[in-house]
Design a binder for this molecule. Structure first.
Ligand code: NAD
Ligand code: 89Y
Length: 339
């Protein structure tokens, strides 16, 4: 697979290291409007073409996959450009600025027969994945309640200053991941009710959100996130999980501790992620999931299968984001079918 990456910023460095670790993948071209970022990223490779303009990179071609690692406002034009050049696409979250754009991008790539996957990596974090697999194995029977919780006081604004500037913050940036974990655990949701707050006066958007979801299979889940929570020890970037089933309970507690309780019998497992040689704490959890989701993408293309977080699948996660904002704004429960 020959990969071209657009957007050599803060997070793309993880994606570039991830690609280097995957057999059969070669990064052949890089694009960023910013010369300095382009130069830092290209230093990771012996022989890579560099571009300041994505259209020029597509015109030169020589790759079959594009990895879009820019922030959201450029996603639609870049995905449509990729579709026009008939390549597979991985696009970072949040997929789109609105549902209409997200649907248009899915349609554009589907028309080419190529794969579109959203880089929705939290469900691929190894600790989260261990819980997803345990739930899917049926060990606790049919789940009836879940909680997906991400609460932190970590300064994300120093690495990603744009997060302080948008009208929308935590649901669109982070809540999107934990809403997706809830979908991976309990299936699609039919209704959502949400409240939001802004605690940090230095930012524009909301930094606290509490969401209540009703899922198709009957599970009720509480999905809550905050970047205004003082915690010691700080748990960034861990998602903490709690699932009650008819036969037992599964928890993922702080410090990557998973426990499965069946009756009075409790089994505990350390599901801490490895620190890859290019990774660093506390980001290692997210960094490992980048390599895992990229491997999933490569495997799906080889097998002719649809990735778990394909563009089409991600429309459901993205709809939850839109519905959560609408619910918080209008103080009402939103039916997903109405969007
Ligand atoms: P960033 O601002 O640091 O980097 C984006 C880069 O894209 C910049 O260098 C910019 O110059 C370049 N760029 C923008 N538009 C371009 C265009 N049209 N052509 C060429 N270059 C262009 O942003 P970031 O923090 O790296 O975030 C990028 C995306 O990754 C965001 O959507 C963010 O939500 C997502 N992200 C995902 C995770 C995750 O765990 N999945 C974590 C952090 C960030
Ligand atoms: O941008 C966000 C993401 O996707 O994961 C964590 C993050 O970097 C900050 O909230």
């Amino acid at each position: 697979m020959k990969v071209a990456l657009i957007g050599c910023g803060f997070f793309a460095m993880n994606q570039l290291h991830g690609w280097k670790d995957i057999d059969g993948v070669e990064v052949v071209a890089l694009c960023d409007r910013d010369e300095e970022r382009l130069s830092v990223a290209s230093a990771l490779f012996d022989n890579v073409r560099t571009y300041k303009d994505a259209a020029a990179m597509f015109a030169d071609g020589g790759f079959d996959t594009v990895d879009i690692a820019t922030t959201v406002s450029s996603h639609r034009p870049l995905v449509e450009m990729a579709a026009a050049h008939n390549v597979h696409v991985i696009c970072q979250k949040p997929f789109a600025l609105n549902l209409e754009d997200a649907r248009a991008m899915v349609k554009a790539v589907e028309a080419t027969g190529k794969t579109l996957m959203i880089h929705e990596n939290f469900r691929w974090q190894s600790a989260v994945r261990a819980v997803i697999e345990e739930v899917r194995s049926g060990v606790i029977g049919t789940p009836f309640f879940g909680r997906v919780s991400f609460r932190s006081g970590y300064d994300v604004f120093s690495g990603q200053p744009y997060l302080a500037e948008g009208e929308r913050f935590i649901i669109e940036d982070l809540g999107i991941h934990i809403l997706d974990i809830s979908r991976a655990l309990f299936g699609d949701a039919t209704r959502i009710a949400a409240t939001t707050r802004r605690i940090n006066p230095k930012i524009k958007g909301e930094d606290v959100a509490t969401m209540l979801l009703e899922h198709e299979g009957g599970v009720t889940s509480v999905v809550d996130c905050s970047y205004a929570t003082h915690r010691s020890p700080e748990t960034f970037p861990e998602s903490l999980l709690e699932i009650d089933g008819e036969k037992g309970t599964i928890r993922l507690d702080a410090g990557y501790k998973m426990s499965v309780q069946l009756g009075d019998d409790v089994t505990e497992r350390d599901v801490a992620p490895p620190v890859l040689d290019w990774a660093s704490r506390p980001w290692h959890n997210i960094q490992e999931s980048v390599r895992i989701i990229q491997q999933h993408f490569v495997d799906c293309i080889a097998a002719g299968a649809e990735p778990e977080t394909s563009g089409r699948d991600n429309l459901q996660t993205f709809a939850l984001v839109e519905a959560a904002y609408l619910s918080a704004k209008e103080h009402r429960t939103v039916e997903l079918a109405d969007l």
